[in-house]
Structures are given as C-alpha cells and as structure tokens.
Ligand binder design. Structure first.
Ligand SMILES: O=P(O)(O)OC[C@H]1O[C@H](OP(=O)(O)OP(=O)(O)O)[C@H](O)[C@@H]1O
Ligand SMILES: O=c1cc[nH]c(=O)[nH]1
Ligand SMILES: [Mg+2]
Length: 217
C-alpha cells in the first residue's frame, strides 16, 4: 500500500496545516474551514498526478491543441461533518467528479469508550471507478474503515485514495491491515505519534468537526 505524506516536503501546505493546529488561529472558524478546503485543493492536485491520462485533440479558435487529460471516473466521498470543507476543496479541482456522503459519529458508552455509528449514506454506483475518501482526521482509523465498508455496498472501486490531513501512526497501521493493499493509496499532510485516552490525536488539532461547525450537544 502506498502512503504519501505531502508534509514531508516544504511547501505552503505546511503553513495551512500549522494554522489548523494553532490554538489561537483555529478559533477563527471561517479561516479553519477555508484552510481545510485549501488543503483539499492541493491534495486533489497531487492525487490527480496518479490518474490515467490520454491525449485528446482540443479544438481552439485557431487550431488543434493536443492535450493529455484524465480519463478516470472519479467519485469524491466524505465523512460528515469535518469532511465537508475538505470535500469542497477536492470538488473545486475535480469538478467533473461524482459525489458520495457518509455520516459517522462516536457514540460514547462511558467517558473513554465509544462505538462509531454510520447512519447515512448517499452514493452513486462505485464499480470500476476511482474512489477518493476524504476526511481531515485519522485517529483510530475506525471511521474511515466503517465508511469504506458502507461505500462497498455501492460496488467495488478500481482504486481507492484515502485523503486525510492529520493521521496518527496507529491509524495508518490500522488501515494498512483493513484496506485492500493492492489498490489503496493513503495521502496525508502530517503524521502524529500518538492518541490520548479519548482517542484524540496528540498533538493533532483538537476536534475538527467542532472547530469547523461548533460544539455538539
Ligand atoms: O479515526 P477515528 O478515531 O474514527 O476518528 C476520526 C474521525 O473523527 C472526526 O469525526 P467526528 O467523529 O469527531 O465527527 P464530527 O466531524 O461530526 O465532529 C474526524 O472527522 C473523523 O471522521
Ligand atoms: O484528534 C481527533 C480525533 C477524532 N476527531 C477529531 O476531530 N480529532
Ligand atoms: Mg468531531
């Protein structure tokens, strides 16, 4: 399974991730959402380099321009809520893609233990398509695993790109065991060492859904 950490090379991407993490800057929820969206745009561009391209002759007003353009039938999917601005960033660049949405939330049994509940899925047929599953945070990796399983009820994609922003080492190891090795690529912008008792990423950024859209009851 290919794992790509785009944060390993210096680019403006790392400034956007730093702003997401910064305890003062992240209080500006408009900027927080826009930074997630901007990272989605950058990541869509990077992932697009892996698509299949063929040459097409494009008619301009003055002649024919040979252009390599992608042929993949792409479905961008996201996991509610924190995935919403990320999804929008991907869709800005991959505007011809189809779209899928899955809900996942942690239902706590007590202070430390929780199950993840999937209650909603809206997706086109996925068979033989290129599926991009977007979610800014991979903490335990369970939301991603369960969202992927739910999406499989809509058909088996030809290739899966898991696109996240901050992942824990534990989540990457977990998904390497749970996702199909020969057709999954995981893209991240930062890799953090550990989780706390509540399965939050340390240092991470806190609760991405709450920072983007406000606290839940
Ligand atoms: O890898 P995991 O341990 O499953 O955690 C990661 C999940 O947590 C966040 O969503 P959350 O459940 O907080 O929902 P929200 O976006 O509605 O806040 C995040 O967007 C992921 O979906
Ligand atoms: O660190 C974490 C873990 C789960 N969800 C988040 O938003 N952040
Ligand atoms: Mg949350």
């Amino acid at each position: 399974m290919k794992i790509v950490n785009l944060g390993e090379s210096n680019s403006v991407l790392n400034r956007f991730v730093s702003e997401l993490r910064d305890v003062d800057i992240q209080k500006d929820s408009l900027r927080f959402r826009r930074n997630i969206e901007r990272i989605g745009e950058i990541m869509a561009y990077e992932i697009s380099k892996d698509f299949t391209y063929t040459r097409k002759d494009i008619q301009t007003p003055l002649g024919i321009a040979p252009m390599n353009t992608p042929d993949d039938r792409i479905v961008i999917s996201t996991i509610l809520r924190a995935g919403l601005p990320y999804h929008q960033g991907f869709l800005s660049y991959l505007d011809y893609a189809e779209n899928a949405f899955v809900s996942a939330y942690r239902k706590y049994k007590d202070r430390l233990n929780f199950d993840i509940h999937i209650e909603y899925i809206a997706s086109p047929r996925l068979t033989e398509k290129t599926l991009i599953i977007t979610d800014p945070m991979l903490a335990t990796g369970s939301s991603m695993e369960l969202a992927y399983e739910a999406l499989l009820t809509k058909g088996h994609p030809a290739h899966i790109h898991v696109a996240s922003i901050i992942a824990s080492k534990q989540a990457i190891e977990y998904l390497q065991r749970k996702m199909p090795d020969d057709k999954t690529t995981i893209w991240i912008a930062a890799l953090d060492d550990e989780l706390d008792d509540h399965s939050y990423i340390i240092p991470g950024l806190g609760d991405a859904g709450d920072l983007a859209y406000g606290e839940k009851e």
